[in-house]
Design a binder for this molecule. Structure first.
Ligand SMILES: *[C@@H]1O[C@H](CO)[C@@H](O)[C@H](O)[C@H]1NC(C)=O
Ligand SMILES: *[C@@H]1O[C@H](CO)[C@@H](O)[C@H](O)[C@H]1NC(C)=O
Ligand SMILES: *[C@@H]1O[C@H](CO)[C@@H](O)[C@H](O)[C@H]1NC(C)=O
Ligand SMILES: *[C@@H]1O[C@H](CO)[C@@H](O)[C@H](O)[C@H]1NC(C)=O
Ligand SMILES: *[C@@H]1O[C@H](CO)[C@@H](O)[C@H](O)[C@H]1NC(C)=O
Ligand SMILES: *[C@@H]1O[C@H](CO)[C@@H](O)[C@H](O)[C@H]1NC(C)=O
Length: 930
């Protein structure tokens, strides 16, 4: 008998095979276009068909010339990615899963020649149990057929009972019907980008085989997780008690079966030293539907706070949460880098205390980090490429280096691209850049049938859980320009249907999405639309907790954030045309990229201002469809740039056509930078005005390709004039002129976003353009103190033509101030300079400044000097094929005051001859024929 028992023991306890995770990026893939298969090339994962076709030379660079239009056939074709999964253990037929972090977008998935599923949402994670198929598998193949998103969107649009909207509500850029599908909305075109509508396995993909056979019932694989660190008692959208303990909620979504009695444990380590900071078990552990959740209360005294750049250090912790069975065996662990901070968008009623400080009644609309108000300085982040799989960590690190060098502490991750990948949030966490994040809905109203809502709910839950641990996550917003533009469009075009569409809007953004955010996070605020007048009431016991204000505004009160564009450039510097709100989340004007960028994408014969290629790459205003022979819209946008340049600056008229094109491109950039500077200093001054303005995020940070746009950074990383000027005007303490052209009233303010007062001296001097001082206007130096997050007037006068020749007078002003950066206890000296002229530079009696440029091998700095007259918009330029930024550029030079300019090299070589190819010009060069 004992021998028999022994034999049975051998039979029931075979070798344990451990969990296996096959990364399908390592597989060998083929890309074909069914049904003809006349194209068959090497594929890759993650990738998209355009990228693989380009790599195989089937198509040319999608960004070149007019390929935006010429490659429509790629978007209109089906594409199949297939592979043989060489490492698949086909004998292990139990507990095998396909796991996709992103399929773009309409697919049929076939495994072992057997259908698995179809998918229809680019933004969801999909997991399929293919165990049953593996038990009948002769050849372990995986094949994913992608349908054409533009064609499928058109089919969905005409389905019976499909929703429709009044004419003009759905904004069409190139391809129509994007609102019916859950795919990056700008893939169908936008006013700054192309319409490639790519398809492919755009995110990592895996086969997960769980342990077998003995442990099969207790092996799990974590496919997603949600770590939420909030203050005890914190409620979304409301300022928490900053001395409360931290509350950790951890929730893991697993493949496999959680054993009865499964528990969770956690370990925090300091992410820079790797020392263990705390550890323990989570309590209140619950398991449901493949998700295990628990919580812990954490002693606040042992964790250092995370702060945005410029406001304190970016302390980070690694958090490991493990699933442990009842015998103490770890079944699975997940590690994410996180931080301790609270970030709240405060939209509460202006308090009596605030009223007593002179703040206008209404509601707040500002962010608070760790309980502190701060000034949000930054821009809007769009997809950095039309093809996400080629967005590299190196490119994103360079971009964020430009963001922080530009004195920006917040980006708004715009709503109609794709949810930001974790590697970008990781960079933002490290660099201290807050990421106002949005769900992917914009400039359209959306269907609300049950299938659409269910699909959105999965997308929202997955992404909210995936990114919630990042301390840089600042906000979730439902979508772009929905309240301010879309609902207004309905109200204007079909007022009788307003309530109907408003109810749908609320179902999606104020019921479905808000409740998923609030369920999965206590630490984050939510707004339904990027630009909003905020809420009337926030009541967590209501099924729809946020009741919106919309236009229920009390006259004299201030609410909400602003989104402002004005293409009438004649009023660009008239600050009474700017909106007065609590926060500016979008504003701007388009400009041309540099010649160096154009040369990457456009052949030399097309390099002139209104060539067909340049016009068709300009999508402001968008064609509004697929007709490429109608130039009316693009002409209007090209004209706006031209008129602005002609109105405000001497215009180039150079004999050499390429030099002329380059000078024109550059002049449009000067206008753009000049206009943004004027708005930013106006918004910043508002921090000390009754509207208590606490943020400006300009449109837009960076380009998706080489084309005219609102960007400050071109596709290749090169800074436009704007990024330099924004860097300057986003310094903590600035001096700015404000001129009322109608009354002649002229005032100068010093504005500070420090958290304590700063004291200093402001000096002013009028000059003629030849550099000689004008002395008949008194401009004594002023000693000032500017309060925390406040502004103070340092000069006021009235300017009339009898005291000044407008066209031969420029006011130079500067400050030196002492103050403390937030969360430091050392004194810092802040300097800033600015200039003012009462009339357009097109009329200015400028003279040749005789600029010289030298480079020192010792200091590795450039020195630039105006030798004979004032140089305005002084511009250092560097050759194509490398990437650097100067520490300052686009500045005013007084004669005889040399300026040292350093640089940061990002790619290219330091020992190259490029320093000899750096050039310097100023606006004076526009008057020259060469
Ligand atoms: C096994 O797979 C083949 C295709 O490979 C399919 O035709 C057949 O129906 C499957 N058999 C079962 C029992 O599912
Ligand atoms: C193309 O894809 C669509 C959607 O997946 C599918 O319905 C259709 O059958 C496919 N066509 C071909 C020829 O594979
Ligand atoms: C951090 O510490 C853990 C546990 O001591 C160790 O496994 C890990 O390799 C360390 N990581 C680094 C980057 O040192
Ligand atoms: C369980 O999760 C699946 C996949 O996410 C979902 O489809 C299903 O509705 C969930 N069931 C319950 C009861 O929540
Ligand atoms: C825990 O250990 C006991 C004794 O070795 C074993 O019978 C039981 O199956 C184990 N439980 C799990 C969940 O592995
Ligand atoms: C912290 O976790 C990240 C993954 O989130 C990992 O890459 C990094 O090495 C960890 N750091 C330390 C010091 O262990």
């Amino acid at each position: 008998m004992s021998n028999f028992k022994y034999l049975v023991g051998l039979l029931v306890a075979p070798t344990v095979i451990s969990q296996s995770v096959i990364d399908l990026s390592g597989s060998s893939w083929t890309l074909t276009n069914p049904p003809y298969n006349n194209i068959s090339v090497q594929g890759s994962v993650p990738s998209q068909a355009h990228l693989d076709l380009y790599a195989s030379h089937v198509i040319t660079d999608p960004y070149y010339g007019l390929n935006d239009f010429a490659l429509r056939w790629v978007a209109n074709s089906n594409w199949t990615y297939s592979t043989l999964i060489a490492d698949l253990d086909t004998s292990r037929s139990t507990q095998t899963w396909l796991l996709f972090h992103g399929l773009d977008t309409f697919t049929s998935v076939v495994f072992c020649q057997q259908p698995v599923a179809s998918t229809n949402n680019q933004f969801r994670q999909y997991h399929f149990d293919v165990s049953a198929l593996l038990s009948n598998c002769t050849l372990p193949t995986l094949s994913i057929n992608f349908g054409s998103a533009p064609l499928i969107a058109d089919q969905i649009a005409v389905e019976p009972n499909q929703e429709t909207w009044p004419y003009g509500v759905e904004i069409i850029y190139e391809l129509p019907n994007r609102q019916f599908i859950r795919k990056e909305q700008s893939d169908f075109g936008w006013d700054w980008g192309p319409a490639f509508a790519p398809a492919g396995i755009w995110q990592p993909a895996y086969v997960v085989q769980l342990s077998m056979p003995a442990n099969a019932s207790s092996d799990v694989y974590v496919r997603n997780s949600d770590f939420d660190i909030s203050r005890m008692g914190q409620l979304n959208n409301l300022p928490p008690n900053q001395s409360a303990p931290w509350l950790l909620n951890a929730s893991l979504d697993v493949l496999g079966t959680l054993p009865p009695g499964a528990a969770l444990s956690y370990v925090f380590t300091n992410a820079s030293t790797n020392e263990t900071v705390s550890s323990g078990d989570l309590t209140d552990v619950t398991c449901s539907n493949g998700t295990i959740t628990g919580m812990a209360i954490l002693d606040p005294s042992i964790y250092e706070l995370w702060w945005p750049r410029g406001l304190g250090p970016q302390n980070l912790y690694n958090l490991t949460v493990s699933v442990v069975d009842c015998n103490g065996t770890t079944l699975a662990s997940v590690n994410k880098r996180t931080g301790f901070r609270t970030i709240v968008l405060n939209m509460g009623v202006i308090s009596d205390e605030q009223l007593a400080q002179g703040i206008a009644p209404g509601n707040n609309w500002h962010f608070e980090i760790n309980g502190h108000e701060f000034y949000a300085k930054g821009s809007n982040f769009i997809p950095p490429d039309a093809f996400w799989p080629r967005v590299t960590g190196t490119k994103m690190q360079q971009l964020f280096d430009s963001v922080t060098a530009g004195n920006q502490n917040m980006l708004r991750v715009w709503a109609s691209g794709a949810y930001t990948p974790d590697f970008i949030y990781d960079i933002a966490d490290k660099e201290g850049v807050l990421m106002w994040s949005e769900f992917e809905f914009g400039d359209a109203l959306y269907p609300t049938d049950q299938d659409f809502i269910d699909n959105v709910a999965e997308e929202v839950a997955y992404n909210v859980r995936r990114v919630n641990h990042h301390p840089s996550l600042a906000l979730w917003a439902g979508g772009n320009e929905l309240e301010s533009l879309e609902l207004q469009n309905v109200n204007q075009t079909a007022p009788d249907q307003y309530d109907y569409y408003l109810a749908q809007y609320e179902q999606l953004f104020l019921n479905t999405i808000i409740n998923i955010v609030y369920t999965n996070s206590k630490s984050i605020s939510y707004i339904p639309s990027s630009t909003t007048n905020g809420y009337l009431e926030l009541n967590f016991s209501l099924p729809e907790p946020m009741i919106e204000r919309y236009d229920n505004k009390t006259p004299g009160s201030v609410y909400g954030d602003t989104d402002y564009y004005n293409y009438d450039s004649s009023v660009a510097f008239n600050y009474s045309s700017y909106p007065v709100g609590r926060f500016a989340n979008e504003f701007g004007y388009h400009s041309m990229p540099s010649l160096q960028s154009w040369q990457e994408a456009v052949s030399s014969e097309d390099l002139y201002f209104n060539s067909t290629t340049i016009q068709l790459r300009n999508h402001h205003y968008p064609p509004g469809g697929l007709n490429t022979s109608n130039f009316a819209n693009t002409s209007k946008g090209m004209g706006e740039m031209t008129i602005a340049a002609e109105t405000w600056y001497p215009i180039p008229s150079k004999a050499d056509s390429l030099a002329n094109f380059s000078a024109w491109c550059h002049t449009t950039q000067i206008f753009q930078a000049d206009f943004y500077k004027s708005e930013i200093q106006f918004y910043r001054r508002g921090s000390g005005f009754p509207n208590r303005q606490l943020g400006s995020l300009y449109w837009q940070l960076e380009d998706i390709w080489q084309a005219p746009s609102w960007a400050g950074i071109e596709y290749n990383g090169r800074w436009k004039v704007l990024h330099y000027i924004a860097k300057d005007i986003y310094q903590p303490v600035i001096i700015s002129p404000f001129y009322n052209i109608t009354t002649g009233d002229f005032q100068i303010y010093v504005t500070s976003d420090l958290w304590s007062p700063a004291t200093g001296t402001a000096t002013f001097q009028w000059y003629q353009w030849d550099g000689s001082p004008i002395t008949n206007i008194s401009t004594p130096s002023t000693i000032f103190t500017v309060g925390a997050l406040n502004t103070t007037r340092v000069y006021a006068t009235t300017i009339v033509n009898s005291t000044l020749n407008y066209n031969n007078a420029v006011l130079y002003m500067n400050i030196t101030a002492e103050g403390q950066l937030p969360n430091t206890d050392t004194t810092t000296t802040f300097t800033h300079e600015n200039f003012f002229h009462a009339r357009s530079l097109a009329e200015a009696e400028m003279m040749d400044p005789g600029i010289s440029l030298t480079y020192s091998n010792d200091t590795e700095n450039f020195t630039v000097e105006a030798t004979s007259a004032i140089a305005v918009w002084t511009w250092l330029d560097y050759p194509a094929g490398m990437l650097l930024n100067f520490d300052s550029n686009g500045f005013l030079l007084l004669p005889g005051q040399p300026r040292e300019v350093s640089y940061t090299l990002k790619s290219g070589t330091t020992n190259g001859s490029w320093v000899d190819q750096v050039t310097v010009e100023s606006l004076w060069n526009n008057t020259l024929a060469y």
